[in-house]
Every structure is written in structure tokens, then in C-alpha cells.
Design a protein around this ligand. Structure first.
Ligand SMILES: NC(=O)c1ccc[n+]([C@@H]2O[C@H](COP(=O)([O-])OP(=O)(O)OC[C@H]3O[C@@H](n4cnc5c(N)ncnc54)[C@H](OP(=O)(O)O)[C@@H]3O)[C@@H](O)[C@H]2O)c1
Length: 305
């Protein structure tokens, strides 16, 4: 198996591995995050995605530290992303949130720090109406202090990203958004690329994964014989076809798995190529379905969807 993971270049000259390990779980068992990170690094992942909201930074940090201490990788080999939560959007709270994450992760710098959502909320969940432009000043200060190499956003719509770009002295390098074969996001992806912001796909398996039983009935992609035929042709799984479709669109993917074989499988995408008709077939599964509509944020002024 060809294990070479390609990288995508940022507008600041730095690079991000095109496949990263996602780490969000609604119902984790103790130790699962640490174990997944260790299996991931052993399998060849060098990019790990977490967030303060996932409440797993301590375990993710333990997994990273274990592999560094065993001499398998050095800190420089790794690309670590974490995210600022909605209750730390005040300009003077950004560095506080970032330092808290660094402490939990046992790191002295991040590769990428993201504004997790454009919405700002108090700890009690009330709308704080803090402009994300103010938050961005705190993010820029984090770069100046050397606490993170790059900064970016997540869940920003086109209008919000365009407005941010008008004010940013340090440009965001990515917009991490939901993209999958059932939510292809061509318009927002094209916009991001047109302004040199790298699109990163979260929930890249979309309705193909079993993680979202609430959408049973919409997930016809799972049993579509055309996708089975495509997977069989390349001796790959349907998950690998979905991830390859995104990677061929030059979109960074961050699939999450707690299963050793799937963690390995999701990295094994570089020994086949989908042709134009096959890309169009995967594209045709689009039903603009959001697995993460974040409807509990709909009451906030800057709700993006
Ligand atoms: N910025 C944001 O607001 C945001 C929102 C959501 C997610 N994210 C990030 O994006 C990451 C990925 O998104 P996600 O976790 O929602 O969804 P996902 O990666 O698309 O799907 C994860 C689910 O798919 C299963 N799976 C993984 N690989 C598989 C394979 N090869 N075959 C079949 N099933 C497979 C996993 O099961 P097992 O674990 O049981 O193997 C898990 O249930 C998150 O972990 C997080 O880091 C960011």
C-alpha cells in the first residue's frame, strides 16, 4: 500500500496533510481517544483534529506524547488542530482558551487554531453578540505570540468569510465545514478556493456512516448498487470511495474512527484514481443534507446556515 499522504499548501506557505484523524465522539469510553490517536500515528496519520468542545484534549495529548516518547514521531512531524469554543469569543479570552488547550494537549504550540463557530455565546448559552472580527484580533495575537503557526475558521458561510477577509491582517488558512457525497458544497468550496482558503471536510462520510441513526430513510446512498459496483471495481470500501472523491476535489478530510482497521483503511486512498464519470456519479448522491445542522445555535445572530 502506498502510504504517502499528500499535503495541501496554505496561503501562508505552510502545509496540511490532506488526511487527518477526526476525534469527536458523542459517547466515548475512557481511553478511546488516546487509543485512536496512537493507532492513527502508528498507521501513518500526521494530522489530528480536536477541539476544546470535544473534552478529549487530555487523552489526545496523552496519545501524542506516548508516540513522541516512544520515538515514533517528533512534534515537528505532526500537524495538530484544535478549536476555540463559542464562550471564549471575547478578544481577550482567545489566548486564555488557546493556552488551556495547549496545557491539556501537552504542547507548546499548535499548527492550526480555529474559531469553531461564528456564533458567540455565554457559558449559559445566551447569545453574546460578539463580532467574530473582534475574536479574530485575538486569533491574530495568538500567531504573534507563537502559540499557533496558522489560524482559520470553521462553519463560516460565504458572507461571513468574505467579511472576515476584509478585516483580517493575518488571513484565515482554512474553513472547516461539513462536506460529503451527500452534502457536496460546490458553491462554498469554490468560494473558499477562489480566496485561497483551504476547505477542510468534517463529517466526510456523511450519511454513509452508521453514526447518525436519526437520519435512517435519507441514507439511501448506503445501499445504492452503483456505489457498491464502484467500490468493488477498485477493491475499496464505500467509505474509501467517499474520502477519495473529496481528496480528488483537493479537499482536506478528517474522518473519525475508534476502529483500528477503519483508521488504517481511511488512510489507504493513494493507489487508485476515480475517473471523471466516477467523480460525477459520487457527486450525484448529493441531497444537500446536513448531518450537523447545529439547530440549537439557530437562535444566535451569527448562525451560519
Ligand atoms: N468543525 C466542526 O464543527 C465539526 C463538526 C463535526 C465534526 N468535526 C470533526 O470532523 C471529524 C469527522 O466527523 P464525524 O466524526 O462527525 O464523522 P465521520 O468521520 O464522517 O464519521 C465517523 C463515523 O463513521 C464511522 N467510520 C469511520 N470510518 C469508517 C469506515 N472506513 N467505514 C465505515 N464506517 C466508518 C465511525 O465509526 P467507528 O468510530 O465506530 O469506527 C464513526 O461512527 C470529527 O471527529 C471532528 O474531528 C468538526
Amino acid at each position: 500500500m502506498d502510504k504517502k499522504v499528500h499535503s495541501v499548501k496554505f496561503n501562508n506557505g505552510l502545509e496540511i496533510p490532506i488526511i487527518g484523524l477526526g476525534t469527536y465522539s458523542r459517547n466515548p469510553q475512557p481511553g478511546q481517544f488516546r487509543q485512536a490517536v496512537e493507532w492513527g500515528i502508528e498507521a501513518g496519520y500526521r494530522h489530528i483534529d480536536t477541539a476544546s468542545m470535544y473534552k478529549n484534549e487530555v487523552e489526545v495529548g496523552e496519545g501524542i506524547a506516548n508516540k513522541i516518547n516512544q520515538g515514533l514521531v517528533t512534534r515537528k512531524d505532526l500537524f495538530i488542530t484544535t478549536k476555540l469554543w463559542n464562550d471564549h469569543h471575547a478578544e481577550n479570552k482567545v489566548i486564555i482558551g488557546l493556552k488551556d488547550s495547549l496545557g491539556k494537549l501537552q504542547l507548546d504550540y499548535l499548527d492550526l487554531y480555529l474559531v469553531h463557530w461564528p456564533v458567540a455565546a455565554t457559558i449559559n448559552g445566551e447569545d453574546e453578540e460578539i463580532d467574530y472580527i473582534d475574536t479574530w484580533r485575538g486569533m491574530e495575537e495568538a500567531v504573534r505570540q507563537g502559540l499557533t503557526k496558522s489560524i482559520g475558521v470553521s462553519n463560516f458561510n460565504e458572507e461571513q468569510l468574505a467579511r472576515l477577509l476584509q478585516y483580517a491582517k493575518v488571513k484565515p488558512v482554512v474553513n472547516q465545514i461539513e462536506i460529503s457525497p451527500t452534502l457536496t458544497q460546490h458553491k462554498l468550496v469554490d468560494y473558499c478556493k477562489s480566496v485561497s482558503v483551504v476547505p477542510v471536510a468534517y463529517t466526510p462520510l456523511g450519511l454513509l456512516s452508521d453514526a447518525r441513526p436519526e437520519f435512517i430513510g435519507k441514507d439511501t446512498i448506503k445501499n445504492d448498487p452503483r456505489l457498491d459496483a464502484l467500490a468493488n471495481k477498485y477493491k475499496k470500501t464505500k467509505a474509501q470511495i467517499a474520502l477519495k472523491y473529496l481528496v480528488q476535489r483537493n479537499i482536506v478530510v478528517i474522518p473519525k474512527s475508534f476502529t483500528k482497521s477503519r483508521i488504517e483503511e481511511n488512510l489507504n486512498l493513494f493507489d487508485f484514481q476515480l475517473n471523471e464519470q466516477e467523480m460525477a456519479l459520487v457527486d450525484s448522491f448529493n441531497i444537500d443534507h446536513r448531518c450537523v445542522p447545529a439547530t440549537s445555535f439557530a437562535k444566535y445572530k451569527n448562525y451560519p446556515f
